[in-house]
Ligand binder design. Structure first.
Ligand code: TXA
Ligand code: MG
Length: 344
């Protein structure tokens, strides 16, 4: 199959909508990461998503809608909190897990669950595409399963060229990490994945919000996390990632003690002088966490070479969007964190 590269021009969105209507796959830009989109109401199209990515069958997909009113079409008992969150954060990087899926949503889309995850992305071209297609678009992140998510159309082609009908080039994704997932099927609501809508912002509206253990620690073997995707190795370049925590000076000393060529260093712009001779990869400013989330996956992709062996990574601390960067980096590291303040 020849994968065509489309623009966000109206005629190209119409072509993409035809592909979706005909059961094909289209790489779609969103404000978080690129999605691998198909008609979310068509079981055969949805099956192609799983095949193209090599995605485990038990991992449900998010349905993307172009306006909040569509919640009713795909979810039987929309909780009041969902309307409130949609009003405040949609279109935007928030996915809500809701009870109970309407019968139009095939079991394949939700991997047999009775809940359904829905999000309205903040990307004009993609919302227009969803409107033109006339169906919700089911889309996981547009990467090969297990690899870092894609934040440019070129990343999508790197992973999926020849396996999908088209990709729409909407430029680099603004947020750079996947949407926040909030589970509204439980009391209190539970954060399943941190993202661009922060835990603090959700608590302002919802009051108490629990944090799923899978956000901060590995899922114990044999257990079933609420977001099935959380149990799989994720975002992982071919090399091992080790997060080095601690003060700048201690971390640099630790990394220098353990670094052998061709290892790699992934650090903050502010730390460049400490690693100048080690050819470090910078992914943004520590004081500007948005720059870190924006660049993280692209940086992990540039370091995706088996010969590197180990990537020593620096990770921002604190809450807000930093929680999302911590979660993705920790998962890419298989939760391997060393504390340079105490460890040699
Ligand atoms: O930002 C995003 O959310 C991107 C863009 C394309 O919208 N999509 C994305 O999809 O990250 P994916 O499939 O890579 O991650 C979706 C996560 C998975 O961990 C999956 O298990 C979880 O959401 N999920 C989907 N439906 C669910 C449901 N009904 N209940 C619990 N978790 C669900
Ligand atoms: Mg993904």
């Amino acid at each position: 199959m020849k994968t065509i590269l489309l623009s966000t021009a109206h005629t190209d969105l119409e072509r993409a909508a035809e592909i979706i209507k005909n059961g094909g796959l289209v790489g779609i830009p969103t404000e978080t990461v690129y999605g691998l989109g198909a008609n979310g109401l068509n079981p055969a199209a949805v099956r192609h998503i799983f095949e193209a990515k090599g995605r485990p069958q038990d991992n449900p997909l998010i349905l993307h809608v172009h306006r909040a009113e569509q919640l009713r079409d795909f979810c039987r008992d929309v909780p009041d909190a969902a309307w409130t969150l949609a009003e405040r954060f949609w279109p935007g990087p928030l996915t809500m897990v809701l009870p109970v899926r309407q019968d139009v949503v095939p079991a394949q889309t939700v991997a047999g669950h009775d809940t359904v995850a829905i999000r309205c992305p903040k990307n004009d071209a993609t919302r227009e595409l969803i409107r033109l297609a006339g169906v919700p678009i089911a889309a996981p992140s547009a990467n090969l399963s297990g690899k870092p998510s894609t934040t440019t159309a070129q990343h999508v082609l790197h992973d999926l060229d020849g396996k999908i009908e088209a990709v729409i080039d909407g430029g680099p994704c603004q947020v750079g990490v996947e949407s926040t997932i909030i589970d509204l099927t439980v009391t209190p609501p539970r954060l399943l994945r941190p993202g661009g809508v922060t835990l603090e912002a959700l608590r302002e509206i919802l009051g108490e919000v629990a944090v799923d253990p899978a956000v901060v620690a590995p899922v114990p073997p044999g257990t079933r996390p609420k977001a099935p995707g959380m149990k799989y190795k994720h975002y992982a370049p071919a090399a091992n990632v080790v997060i080095v925590a601690g003060t700048r000076e201690h971390a640099a000393a630790y990394i220098r003690r353990h670094f052998v060529r061709p290892n790699a260093v992934l650090c903050f712009e502010e730390e460049l002088p400490l690693y100048e001779d080690l050819n470090p990869t910078v992914y943004g400013f520590e004081r500007d966490v948005e720059s870190l989330s924006h660049n993280l996956f692209a940086a992990l992709r540039t370091l995706d070479h088996a010969e590197i062996g180990t990537i020593f990574a620096r990770c921002p601390e604190g809450g807000g969007l930093a929680m999302a960067v911590q979660n993705r980096l920790r998962k890419s590291a298989g939760f391997h964190v060393v504390d340079a303040d105490t460890e040699q």
